[in-house]
Design a protein around this ligand. Structure first.
Ligand code: FCB
Length: 446
């Protein structure tokens, strides 16, 4: 199948994972600076201080995108780079994103801008972070600044990346910044992030999206009511807690009941859900793996709230270096579910990709047939979804570059281009070269 005309073939990054230049040109601290510098939080003690040095290698990276035949690029804006600790606009920070966007447009690469990919200014965390409702209004003010600067050139706006991770991993499990293990604060953060989305949506008004990390969730034993209920709860927390308010303007009743002991509903004020549920122009889907859940004791302990009553059980499928099971047909399941259970709107796959234990040769080249296969199998699932009528408009490989993989540091490499973290040379991997041929043909190989 040839993909629909105008299909976007992109790659994605996030500011803290690639930019570096953490203390340059007036950038302030974010929660990820503080978290990564705290011993024991990130593998290898790695930080994003230098990352892939993208801030200084912007032109190199733009040329790389052209070399890879990309016609879209998804990046995030660093909030602490554009708003200083007094709440004032940092012109130098804005300049960087103007150069990036102009460089993309010059190359006919469509910019997809994400306002929040987890780098909350530390000064706001010091006042409670996402557990504090005021943070949502600060986010809206920041969104206004970025929109004023770039709204004339950027046609694709994403408010938040994966609010699930920002709230539940950051404030509940404590494995992401700010590293808090406070389930009540995590519940508050869920609502305040979604409120931030709604407020920003009302400012940006058109061409607005949100990116959610979605999973198929299957009970280990579909005949065991305990497993079925565990799957319901995990699906509730990972998928429906975010999809339902954003697409339907209401929280799912069963999830509200599950979160009742954490005081979740106390944070919801009249008018919030109208803002949160105002119509969007598209939806971003990040997809990596699926969940296979039992409510019986055993299995590995996952990181969601209430995990004492639900465990992931391996299906004995191949896994990536992250330990995530490869489940390409799960991407079809997710897309098909959106098509049948939610109001329909255009969809972009805003992230999909895999880490493997890459070995680079003396030229920096990585022969990574496993990653190529991962992309091909997932793209076949996208193809199948399109054939089934799902309106998928684009696909973004995660990631353009090897980068700072959050709690895993630099050890986990997701790039379609290899980065040598001593010289900062970029070299397209086998998978990157393959992806470039697919992008050029607008079709998978026969
Ligand atoms: C997603 C994140 C992205 C990257 C991938 C592997 O959850 O949005 O930044 O780390 O996982």
């Amino acid at each position: 199948m040839v993909f629909p005309e105008g299909f976007l073939w992109g790659a994605a990054t996030a500011a803290y994972q690639v930019e570096g230049a953490a203390a340059e040109d007036g950038r302030c601290e974010s929660v990820w600076d503080v978290f990564s510098r705290t011993p024991g939080r990130v593998a290898g003690g790695d930080t994003g201080d230098v990352a892939a040095n993208h801030y200084h290698l912007l032109d190199v990276d733009l040329a790389l995108m052209t070399e890879l035949n990309l016609n879209a690029y998804r990046f995030s804006v660093s909030w602490p780079r554009v708003i200083d600790d007094d709440g004032a606009v940092n012109r130098k920070g804005i300049d960087f994103y103007e150069r990036l966007v102009d460089g993309l447009l010059d190359r006919d690469i469509t910019p997809f801008l994400t306002l929040y990919h987890w780098d909350l200014p530390q000064r706001l965390e010091d006042r409670g972070g996402w557990a504090n409702r005021d943070t949502a209004q600060h986010f809206a003010d920041y969104a206004q600044v970025v929109h004023d600067a770039l709204g004339d050139r950027v046609q694709n706006w994403t408010t938040l990346n994966e609010p699930y991770c920002a709230s539940l991993l950051g404030y509940g499990a404590g494995v992401h910044a700010p590293g808090r293990r406070e389930p009540r604060a995590a519940a508050a953060a869920v609502h305040h992030l979604l409120l931030a989305h709604g407020l920003a949506r009302s400012i940006i008004r058109s061409n607005v999206s949100i990116t959610l990390n979605l999973y198929p969730v299957d009970p280990v034993n579909p005949d065991d009511p305990v497993d079925v209920d565990a799957a319901r709860r995990v699906d509730g927390l990972q998928n429906r807690l975010f999809l339902d308010p954003v697409l339907c303007g209401r929280y799912p009743a069963d999830v509200l009941a599950d979160l009742e002991p954490l005081g979740f509903a106390d944070h919801i004020r009249s008018g919030d859900l109208a803002l949160i549920g105002a119509p969007l122009d598209s939806l971003g889907v990040n997809y990596y793996t699926g969940h296979h859940v039992t409510g019986q004791p055993g299995g590995t302990t996952p990181e969601w709230i209430g995990s004492e009553h639900a465990h992931n059980v391996s299906r004995n499928l191949p896994t990536t270096a992250m330990g995530w099971e490869e489940l390409p047909e799960g991407l079809f399941t997710v897309l098909n579910r959106l098509h049948h259970e939610y109001p329909r709107l255009p969809i972009h796959i805003t992230e999909n990709g895999a880490a493997y234990d890459d070995v680079a040769d003396h030229r920096g080249f990585v022969d990574d047939p496993a990653r190529q296969r991962y992309f091909e199998q997932h793209l076949r699932a996208v193809e199948k979804a399109i054939e089934a009528g799902v309106d998928v408009r684009g696909y973004f490989a995660w990631s353009l570059l090897d980068n700072f993989e959050w709690a895993e540091g630099y050890a986990k490499r997701f790039g379609i281009a290899h980065v040598d973290f001593d010289t900062f040379d970029r070299t397209p991997k086998l998978s990157g070269r393959w992806y470039a041929t697919v992008a050029r043909a607008n079709a998978l190989p026969e």
